[in-house]
Design a binder for this molecule. Structure first.
Ligand SMILES: *[C@@H]1O[C@H](CO)[C@@H](O)[C@H](O)[C@H]1NC(C)=O
Ligand SMILES: *[C@@H]1O[C@H](CO)[C@@H](O)[C@H](O)[C@H]1NC(C)=O
Ligand SMILES: *[C@@H]1O[C@H](CO)[C@@H](O)[C@H](O)[C@H]1NC(C)=O
Ligand SMILES: *[C@@H]1O[C@H](CO)[C@@H](O)[C@H](O)[C@H]1NC(C)=O
Length: 418
């Protein structure tokens, strides 16, 4: 009776099927960040010194050009009520302006720590960014604590929303929502605080990892494109700023997911004359692709930029804790502290046992990274995610500082008084 079944998929909270499937990323990460990063940085310094001296100056240049932080651009709410705006944009802007959820635990959580301990938690799963490992940690946490777990993947996302919209919006117990489409669930949940957490990764590394992943297999997250059939640059343009996309998902975007491929991917291809050749019938239900199509066709670049600015300004209010693949152990510790949940942080990342490291593949990855960095189209496609990642790194640093301060304080308190 008191079962812990997943409402949507009927699977138990403790499902572990992804452990093996995605362990590959982690092995790659460990390898890249221990043995490769210096080489890559050196190569970049030599080859790209003139093109992209660093993210920081890249961002500076763009900031000037795009007036980030200046008064020149219209705000999101101004643009929302512009009579020339498409209904899709106005809707998305309104959704974005009305997001709910707890602010960042470390930056804005003081005085209301208890809210985090009793909240529902939605993990925004950015694929190929340590997401599956995090999901594994969360599932273990669920098992230890008796939390419920609900998956919000390609199918079922709309059903999850409808379930809470039709009812009173209250989860019967503290619940962890996981998947690529969780952002927005806090808008409809009632009765408990609700908090988002995520793990981000350098956008270039993530794109390459996704390319290899989709080269080997073809789940819906790859969208209607065969990685095998396109270059790494085309792939990056296809995926684009995926996290930006995920932060703009709306509960109704994929309500009509039964619609056949021909009813939107094909006309989309024809209208946009996209250089990428979409494959008929291949994952037309990829919700993110539909979102991308809406952004491309119904949102102007000024509107898109206003949404980005709004997101950058609100990351610290939308996300309870931000983790980074590049500092994963610290991320886990901060999740544990913020939500008072038993994340085990002393284990090293999942070690990939099934795969032999291959020098040729690593050389290819290095080469791909150079191709990506060299392409103006790729830089434009990843622009929003690069900006978000840079902002996330700043927030992460502040989180860590506050985390150490809290730990010091704790140590002082527990010190026996002499
Ligand atoms: C914006 O969204 C809110 C719900 O968050 C809704 O009540 C309101 O009517 C919407 N406004 C417009 C102009 O669509
Ligand atoms: C992609 O694959 C299709 C077959 O599925 C083939 O006809 C087409 O030529 C390929 N395109 C490229 C650019 O390789
Ligand atoms: C690490 O985790 C194991 C169980 O997985 C535990 O037995 C051990 O005490 C832990 N070590 C530390 C230093 O926390
Ligand atoms: C902990 O105590 C030391 C002195 O014992 C003090 O310098 C430090 O500021 C305290 N830290 C916090 C966070 O209270």
């Amino acid at each position: 009776m008191m079962n812990r079944l997943n409402l949507v998929t009927g699977r138990k909270c403790s499902s572990k099927r992804f452990v093996i499937t995605y362990s590959v990323i982690l092995a790659f990460l460990v390898f890249v960040y221990t043995t490769q990063i210096n080489v890559i940085q050196e190569i970049e310094a030599v080859y790209y010194g003139k093109l992209i001296p660093s993210y920081a100056s890249y961002l500076d240049n763009h900031n000037h050009r795009m007036h980030y932080g200046s008064n020149n651009g219209r705000t999101l709410s101004e643009l929302m009520s512009d009579k020339d705006a498409s209904p899709e944009f106005s809707h998305l802007a309104n959704v974005t302006l009305n997001r709910r959820g707890l602010s960042n635990y470390y930056l804005h959580g003081s005085g209301k720590r208890d809210d985090y301990y009793k909240s529902n938690i939605a993990f925004i799963h950015l694929h190929k960014a340590g997401g599956s490992t995090t999901k594994m940690h969360l599932n273990k946490v669920c098992k230890r604590t008796g939390f419920a777990s609900i998956l919000m993947a390609h199918y079922g996302t709309t059903k999850v929303y409808d379930r809470f919209l039709k009812g009173d919006g209250v989860t019967s117990k503290q619940t962890v929502f996981v998947g690529g489409y969780t952002f927005g669930i806090c808008d409809v949940l009632q009765g408990r605080p609700c908090s988002y957490m995520t793990v981000l990764r350098d956008p270039y590394d993530r794109i390459i990892s996704a390319y290899f992943f989709c080269y080997a297999q073809n789940p819906p997250l790859c969208g209607p494109v065969r990685a095998k059939n396109v270059s790494i640059t085309a792939w990056a343009i296809h995926q684009g700023s995926h996290f930006f996309n995920l932060l703009l998902t709306d509960k109704d975007t994929c309500r009509d997911r039964e619609v056949h491929y021909d009813e939107y991917v094909k006309p989309y291809q024809e209208r946009t004359k996209d250089i990428i050749n979409y494959v008929p019938g291949l994952h037309p239900q990829s919700c993110w692709f539909r979102q991308k199509a809406i952004l491309k066709e119904r949102v102007t670049s000024e509107q898109r930029h206003a949404m980005l600015i709004y997101i950058l300004d609100h990351l610290e209010y939308w996300l309870g804790v931000i983790g980074l693949v590049e500092d994963y152990q610290a991320s886990l510790k901060m999740f544990r502290e913020a939500y008072h949940l038993p994340f085990k942080t002393n284990s090293t990342v999942v070690v990939n046992k099934g795969r032999v490291r291959d020098k040729t593949e690593d050389a290819r990855k290095k080469q791909m990274r150079m191709e990506l960095l060299n392409s103006k189209e790729v830089r434009e496609a990843l622009y929003e995610d690069i900006m978000i990642y840079e902002k996330a790194k700043q927030i992460f640093k502040l989180q860590k500082e506050e985390f150490s301060r809290l730990k010091d304080q704790e140590a002082n308190f527990s010190k026996p008084a002499d």
